[in-house]
Design a protein around this ligand. Sequence first.
Ligand SMILES: C[S@@+](CC[C@H](N)C(=O)[O-])C[C@H]1O[C@@H](n2cnc3c(N)ncnc32)[C@H](O)[C@@H]1O
Length: 372
Amino acid sequence: MGTPAMAATGNASPGDEATRDALVGRLFEAALGAFDLAALHVGERLGLYAALAGGPLAAGELAAATGTAPRYVREWLEQQAVTGILAVDDADAGGDERRYSLPDGHREVLLDPESLAFMAPVARAMMGITAQIPRLLDVFRSGAGLSWEAYGADIREAAASMNRPLFSNLLGPEWLASIPEVDARLRSDPPARVADIAVGGGWSAIAMARAYPKIRVDGLDRDPGSIELARANLATTEVADRVTFAVRDAADPGLTGLYDLATIFEAVHDFSQPVAVLHAVRNLLAPGASLLVADERVAERFTAPGDPVERFQYGWSLLLCLPNGLAEDPSVGTGTVMRPDVLRQYATDAGFSRVDVLPIEADFWRFYRLVP
Ligand SMILES: C[S@@+](CC[C@H](N)C(=O)[O-])C[C@H]1O[C@@H](n2cnc3c(N)ncnc32)[C@H](O)[C@@H]1O
């Protein structure tokens, strides 16, 4: 395959040439990044990193341990070493004898699902999105959407795995603990009931039940595959007697229950009908209860060029969240870049009297408390 023209020739002026070459360099770096993510995904899905966690291996040994073909594995190992993810233990050995190892500092990033440094699911999400490019081209033309279900297991699992460390490490001890009335209610009697709306893979509900030993949590999601995943995740924990998961559309005005807290993590921007969902959830709140929403920490208003967080969120929006939101008709078509004013308007339209932005520090999320 070819390489980009690093010093392209043409009719550009010197100023234009600098701009042109900066873009060429940037896109070349992006191509390297795309290869890194794709190769990382291969290593994760085939269990290559997990096998290397046991110690240095040569291509044949790694292939035998993972049921893969030695020639492909040798190429993968060489690519991983050249790109700096794996270390070569004996660089002078021949290709088949050379042994490769996983640097200690890289283990957590690639293999620890509870670590805030875990990045493997980002690669899986990127591959899950790019697998849908042909269908995305179609919906860009037609204006139709692409449902969460249609994106499939990679996206569903990646989304759950990306947020799992945040929930496991921060949701109870930092985020909920920083809201005194909520924290106090979750610790008191009678045991509080929490509704976790659009619960996805269930890790938020599980984390809340772990952080607060008295509470009961009901998680709901419209996507049957997500609820199946949430139930499987719950079965690996010790809180299965206090957490339930159900397939429900959160916009259903017939939802019933009386909850001391409701939560919606990273999902309001995905709803086709956010006002209908917020209205239905408002009706589930017991007197004195409120709704905690966490959604993307995007800028207050459109600014271009944007910072890395804004660029990241527009990437998700373009290729996942907006098509997902448009999968239902009618849809307001919010997209990932939901500005705080937009959420405030949804909340007001749903009958909430107050929206507080909470002083919780998080790189990618902003926290809102909606008071009926
Ligand atoms: C980005 S995922 C977030 C999942 C989870 N809260 C988390 O943080 O991992 C968005 C979720 O919203 C769910 N969803 C979208 N519209 C919904 C609706 N009307 N009712 C229930 N769930 C919905 C999707 O099925 C998906 O699981």
